[in-house]
Design a protein around this ligand. Sequence first.
Ligand SMILES: [Zn+2]
Ligand SMILES: [Zn+2]
Length: 54
Amino acid sequence: MAKKCTSCGTEISAEKNFSCFKCPSCGEVEIVRCDRCKMNVVQYVCGKCGFKGP
Ligand SMILES: [Zn+2]
Ligand SMILES: [Zn+2]
């Protein structure tokens, strides 16, 4: 299963730089951010608890 950026939906297998971490609120959902979203400080939303973060 290919991982996708939580914010923009880009498959991160095509990206060189990305970060991947558990939701700081519920700790259950893996948040994935591509380099572009990181640079643009795009918000992510946890699909489980609805936590929004930069
Ligand atoms: Zn992205
Ligand atoms: Zn969460």
